[in-house]
Design a binder for this molecule. Structure first.
Ligand code: HEM
Length: 454
């Protein structure tokens, strides 16, 4: 009926999609942007030449999929099946009743009352990290991305397990997460190679990597369990919380899976976001000064706390604008269970539906001058006038990021600690390219020099 198309939306010919699959491995966002420029806000493509997919940057379609008709859209097998191989089945990659039980239980750890208690412990860790950072930046320029991976792994690790991980362990876990994510992406965009990945031992190699990463986290969990109830960390919450329906606690195996998933979900997202924030600030140094002024007037010499952090409205607008331009999750994926229709677009059952966040944040019907860095877009009036699903760095609907408030708290803490103390600039004042894997990372190092604030 639709001349071999997936549906009635503009379509990327299948041959084109196959030809583009190598470019997809290198930079899927660049390929999606090319399609979006040619075909408009919603289009279809056979992902990897094989999987019928509908990609949308239209907030109306995105809202329908993530919220309005959410029961028709489950997380796709990309997340549920492929990630099970690597991470086990927990909140991030389950659905239905299993998801709801885990979500209700884990939500207890992300309440603002718990985050408020967590903050002083996080400030202590941050202070230690800042001492190390100070030492490093005195030696010369540093790769901000590498530094931010260390910061967030240590902060998330401490919130999870109440324990400080060693730098080598953090580096190992960071590398493991990156390698596994790159491998999952390869399986998504080149699905026909999966049998080869298995035959050549590449799948097993990545499974082994995961087991090594698990072993590090497991050592910390076990040591933490021996130490007793301890601080207000997540592990304590995970161990003490009870399911709403049975009143039973989570099994230790499940606690391990959830802790690892939170470590992965909470680390690379924030470290990438922070890298992009520092990059944008370095390119727009007037905002460094504005943030410093705001910190001086809101916090002054006081200690950072949950309340004063949230009064940093201008800083928050910078953070929002950075997450618009560089959303760490550049896309979300769902699978349509039944035939559906939205805005005249027919969505056949079985279609992979991709709310394409990077493109949504650049949809010219909702944003002007889309590439420019302009935090005033997030002034309250302008924000209110915009479709709520035009800006979705944390997703939307019931599966929206459970860690968003914690992420914002940690990112603000790091920005405050750094901007208070340093001026910084890029060693080479040139644009940093994106390298989208599962998440939107910078391609190569983001080298900056830091000096005491004047
Ligand atoms: C800047 C930082 C972050 C960004 C941009 C981000 C973004 C997202 C997005 C877009 C989703 C929705 C995925 C989907 O619908 O398929 C999500 C889900 C999730 N995030 Fe985050 N996230 C961040 C930080 C964190 C942190 C710090 C944690 C925890 C420590 C966390 C834990 C989770 C979990 C567990 C889910 C799955 C929720 C569910 O399926 O119910 N995230 N995140």
């Amino acid at each position: 009926m639709f001349e071999g198309r997936i549906t009635n939306a503009p379509h990327v010919p299948r041959g084109r999609a196959v030809l583009d699959s190598r470019a997809m491995v290198r930079n899927p966002v660049a390929v999606f942007e090319k399609y979006r420029a040619r075909l408009g806000p919603t289009f279809t493509v056979h992902f990897g030449g094989v999987k019928p997919s509908l990609v949308s940057t239209d907030p109306v379609v995105v809202e329908h999929v993530l919220r309005g008709n959410r029961d028709n859209y489950e997380k796709s097998d990309i997340q549920v099946e492929r990630m099970v191989e690597f991470q086990g089945k927990g909140l991030v990659n389950s659905h239905g009743e299993v998801w709801l039980r885990q979500r209700k239980l884990l939500a207890q750890g992300f309440r603002s009352s718990h985050l408020t208690k967590l903050l002083p412990m996080q400030q202590d860790v941050l202070q230690e990290l800042m001492n190390g950072f100070d030492h490093d930046v005195r030696q010369g320029p540093v790769d901000v991305h590498q530094q931010m991976v260390r910061f967030t792994l240590r902060l998330v690790g401490k919130s999870m397990f109440g324990r400080s991980m060693r730098d080598e362990e953090l580096a190992r876990i960071g590398e493991t997460i990156s390698a596994i994510q790159a491998f999952i992406l390869r399986q998504i965009v080149q699905p026909w190679k999966i049998p080869w990945f298995r035959f050549s031992g590449l799948s097993e190699k990545h499974q082994q990597l995961r087991r090594d990463g698990d072993a590090i986290a497991l050592r910390h969990i076990q040591a933490r369990l021996k130490e007793g109830v301890g601080d207000n960390d997540f592990l304590r919450i995970l161990l003490e919380a009870r399911y709403h329906d049975t009143g039973q606690p989570m099994s230790e195996a499940m606690v391990l899976i959830e802790s690892l998933q939170l470590l992965v979900a909470g680390n690379e997202t924030s470290s990438n976001a922070l890298t992009w924030i520092f990059y944008l600030l370095a390119r727009h140094p007037q905002h460094i000064l504005a943030i410093r002024d705001e910190i001086a007037s809101v916090i002054g010499e006081d200690a950072v706390d949950f309340r004063n952090l949230h009064q940093l409205e201008g800083t928050m607008r910078v953070l929002d604008e950075a997450l618009r331009l560089y959303p760490p999750f550049w896309m979300i994926d769902r699978i349509a269970l039944q035939d559906d229709e939205i805005g005249g677009v027919h969505i056949p059952a079985g279609t992979l539906v991709i709310p394409y966040i990077y493109g949504t944040h650049r949809n010219p019907e909702h944003w002007q001058d889309v590439e420019s860095f302009d935090p005033r877009r997030f002034d309250p009036e302008r924000r209110k006038a915009r479709h709520p699903f035009a800006y979705i760095p944390f997703g939307g609907g019931p599966r929206m990021c459970i860690g968003n408030n914690m992420a914002i708290m940690q990112m603000l803490m790091i920005i405050v600690a750094t901007v208070r103390k340093y001026d910084f600039r890029l060693v080479k004042d040139e644009a940093v390219e994106i390298q989208p894997m599962m998440l939107l990372r910078p391609r190569g190092a983001v080298t900056m020099s830091f000096r005491a604030a004047s």
